[in-house]
Design a protein around this ligand. Structure first.
Ligand code: NAP
Length: 293
């Protein structure tokens, strides 16, 4: 298929590269020039990238970035044609997603929200999971593209529902990781180090995919960004906004948001969200230590 891929960040670049490797004809665009993907054509604007593409696929930071790419100056809307499809793998507001879909639907363009889970490793290895909202006919056409970049997709309902489910997923990741970080901090302060804790965690019902993914990085104290703290903070805020609109109370997430705010004040926003641990360590006056599990 002919795909325009817009946004070559931690996630977008390997996704576009996997599309090329699977034999798709890919045109890429990134806001900051100089990023490219081997085997793909580079366009000068989203509008230029979108010309002739069957699918226009976005993976940028946040709601405003998606709006800019689609509807801003030299945005996709300037060259959008009937029959094209927009797929958004950014994690953004569900209500804004429905509005964006509405804006392009009048011109005969289908819109699918397909946020992902699997992080940097999943994007690089082509094992992402797509959390999809949109018409079944549109999703059917996207199957070869999901197969090239991921291992599974789940349709959550109509447009916007993919984003709803994605926020519900990241809510859990933020809380699970916070539990893990608090447990390691308490144990360390009381004299049980992380390498002693890890085999116990892994053998018990406490184990989780989040911990399995994060533990090696934490134990090596590698807080370089897989999923930057600023993006998890954005997702926590999106979940709290959606909860407010729906009159749902999320007290644990509200508390975790404060930790992300403080971690941001400490200058950790471009580190991985695992760096929230360092705040707990600072308060406890202890460092979590242990050889990598
Ligand atoms: P990233 O590395 O920070 O890349 C962000 C991308 O968005 C860059 O290409 C950036 O362009 C572009 N961008 C930012 N603001 C823009 C704007 N106003 N107009 C146009 N382009 C703009 O982020 P990422 O990790 O790839 O994440 C992308 C999306 O996937 C986010 O919504 C994130 O929440 C979601 N996600 C990430 C992960 C993960 O583990 N990293 C996992 C699941 C979902 P520049 O190069 O010019 O800055």
């Amino acid at each position: 298929m002919h795909v325009a891929f817009l946004g070559l960040g931690i996630m977008g670049r390997p996704m576009a590269s996997n599309l090329v490797k699977a034999g798709h004809e890919v045109t890429v665009w990134n806001r900051t020039a100089g990023k490219a993907v081997e085997g793909a054509r580079t366009a000068a604007s989203p509008a230029e990238a979108a010309v002739g593409a069957e699918v226009i696929w976005t993976c940028v930071s946040d709601t405003k970035a998606v709006e800019n790419v689609l509807f801003g100056p030299q945005g996709v809307h300037e060259s959008l044609a009937t029959g094209q499809m927009i797929v958004d793998s950014s994690t953004i507001s569900p209500s804004a997603t429905r509005q964006f879909a509405e804006r392009v639907r009048a011109g005969g363009v289908q819109y699918v929200d397909a946020p992902v889970t699997g992080s940097k490793v999943g994007a690089e290895s082509g094992t992402l999971i797509f959390i999809v909202g949109g018409e079944e006919s549109a999703i059917e056409k996207l199957k070869p593209l999901f197969a090239a970049t991921g291992k599974k997709f789940f349709r959550m309902g109509e447009t916007g529902k993919g984003q709803v489910a994605k926020l519900a997923m990241n809510l859990q990741i933020a809380l699970i990781y916070e539990g893990f970080a608090e447990a390691l901090t308490l144990a360390a302060k009381l004299g049980v180090d992380a390498s002693t804790m890890m085999p116990l965690i892994e053998a018990s019902m406490v184990r989780s995919g989040v911990m399995e993914y994060k533990a090696p990085f934490v134990l090596k104290r590698d807080f370089s960004p897989n999923f930057p703290l600023r993006l998890m903070r954005k997702d926590i805020r999106l979940a709290l906004e959606a909860a407010k609109e729906a009159r749902v109370k999320l007290p644990a997430l509200e508390t975790v948001e404060e930790i992300y705010d403080m971690a941001t004040e400490d200058g950790h926003e471009n580190l991985d969200y695992a760096a929230t641990l360092t705040l707990l360590e600072k308060w406890a006056g202890v460092e979590v230590k242990g050889a990598s599990a």
